[in-house]
Design a binder for this molecule. Structure first.
Ligand SMILES: Cc1cc2nc3c(=O)[nH]c(=O)nc-3n(C[C@H](O)[C@H](O)[C@H](O)COP(=O)(O)OP(=O)(O)OC[C@H]3O[C@@H](n4cnc5c(N)ncnc54)[C@H](O)[C@@H]3O)c2cc1C
Length: 393
């Protein structure tokens, strides 16, 4: 058996690499282990291949967690500006796309290469295609057994991420380790995921597949105003992905398909100025033609504005500004960008990410019950939580 490492990090994704780099810089001997052949696959496929690596508006309000205050300390210790400084140091060109979302100009691979370079400089030993078969606590730290060998360490960091996209290596390993050590795991579910529909509504979505509009989508007290996309399975696009993290099965969501325009006021004005106009023609002035057609067909409202009573015009207006739908479900972990829930933050120090009950055992990144909104927040959580753990392991 080789001399023990000071730190073993399981999971060479965003959080694990950041933690390994920071620990290595402190002179800790770090072993970074991943079962995948290609590490950091989620970084590679993120942001449409350009990696939305942070968001300058990251704040506790942009994260979901049973304890909304938990993320504050890590976000303060390592900010979006800190990560942007690292990206600049490596000469990687980037830009703000919209809403504070920072993307590489060229490729997500640049972020992976940057992290690998930092790992090398910090003398981190990286081992891929290595599955961990057992984790045990010892008198001086932890022992892990892999398919290849057995290693000891003083600090063990679990950075194996969530359950989304099993095809590229997501596993429940982190949750299993937490449970083995008696830690509470908050029920997990897919987040930032397209919503699916059944029967007539599904047929409508299919017929409109490919069409996108700017919409405001509301579930309970939470609203998001961004693009909405009709798909063959239901609804997607940024506004739907965002609301999916707040939606629970059985709940309704309310969609405003024309947030900038009060449809009732618009129709009333049209009824005065162009009474002979067909209501579908009028509607196609505020919505794409296909969508206007679909709404009129669905509500069975047709005819000249002059001939339609206010009650009917009001019903059609509600279908535009207050379209209430009940999703049948979501596309699940197969396409979800994140996993909600995870290791209960009550088990961890917000300053260091160390477990309260087991000195030397840390959880970082998506495996923890902290989930960001769409737009670079999830990577920022990975960098921040990885960074702080790296200062203490
Ligand atoms: C399609 C897609 C696009 C996304 N785009 C963005 C974006 O643009 N911006 C953003 O902020 N977020 C984005 N996300 C979310 C973001 O990728 C994750 O929140 C982030 O990668 C989590 O980092 P992590 O290090 O905790 O986990 P991961 O990056 O998932 O890393 C976990 C690592 O652990 C390894 N692992 C898993 N199980 C084991 C095991 N049993 N043994 C050993 N190793 C194991 C995996 O192989 C992986 O390398 C996207 C997610 C997806 C799926």
């Amino acid at each position: 058996m080789k001399a023990p490492y000071d730190v073993i990090v399981i999971g060479a994704g965003a959080a694990g690499m950041m933690c390994a780099i920071e620990a290595g810089k402190r002179g800790r001997r770090v072993w970074l282990v991943d079962h995948a052949e290609k590490i950091a696959e989620k970084i590679r496929i993120s942001g449409g291949g350009r990696c939305n690596f942070t968001n300058i508006h990251a704040s506790p309000e942009t994260f979901l967690s049973a304890n909304p205050h938990f993320c504050k300390s890590a976000l303060k210790q390592y900010t979006p500006q800190d990560f942007m400084a690292l990206v600049k140091k490596h000469g990687i060109a980037f830009h703000e796309k919209k809403l504070g979302q920072m993307f590489c100009d060229e490729s997500a691979q640049q972020i992976i290469d940057m992290l690998l370079t930092e790992c090398r400089e910090a003398q981190v030993t990286l081992e891929t295609q290595t599955s961990v078969t057992a984790v045990e606590k010892t008198t001086s730290g932890y022992t892990i057994k892999t398919t290849k060998e057995e290693q000891n360490c003083a600090s063990l960091v679990i950075a194996t991420g969530g359950l989304s996209i099993p095809k590229i290596g997501a596993t429940k390993f982190g949750y299993d380790v937490a449970r083995k050590f008696g830690l509470n795991v908050i029920k997990t579910r897919p987040g930032l995921v397209p919503l699916t529909f059944q029967s007539a509504l599904l047929e409508r979505c299919k017929a409109l597949s490919g069409l996108s509009v700017d919409a405001t989508v509301t579930c309970g007290k939470k609203s998001f105003s961004e693009g909405l996309l009709f798909t063959h399975r239901g609804l997607s696009g940024p506004s739907i992905l965002q609301i999916s993290s707040y939606w629970n099965e059985g709940e309704e969501i309310v969609i405003n398909l024309s947030p900038g325009i009060d449809a009732l006021a618009f129709f009333k004005e049209r009824k005065q100025s162009q009474p002979k106009q067909d209501i579908q023609t009028a509607l196609s002035h505020i919505l794409p033609n296909r969508l206007a057609q679909s709404i009129c067909a669905d509500t069975e409202i047709t005819g000249r504005l002059a001939d339609l009573p206010e009650r009917i015009i009001s019903k059609l207006s509600d279908s535009v500004n207050r379209w209430s739908v009940k999703p049948g479900g979501s596309e699940g972990y197969r396409t979800a960008e994140v996993t909600l829930g995870g290791v209960d933050t009550a088990e961890l120090s917000s300053k260091t990410m160390e477990t309260n009950a087991h000195p030397g055992l840390y959880f970082i990144g998506e495996v923890v019950d902290v989930t960001g909104h769409l737009g670079g927040f999830n990577f920022q959580w990975a960098w921040s939580s990885g960074y702080v753990a790296g200062q203490y392991v």
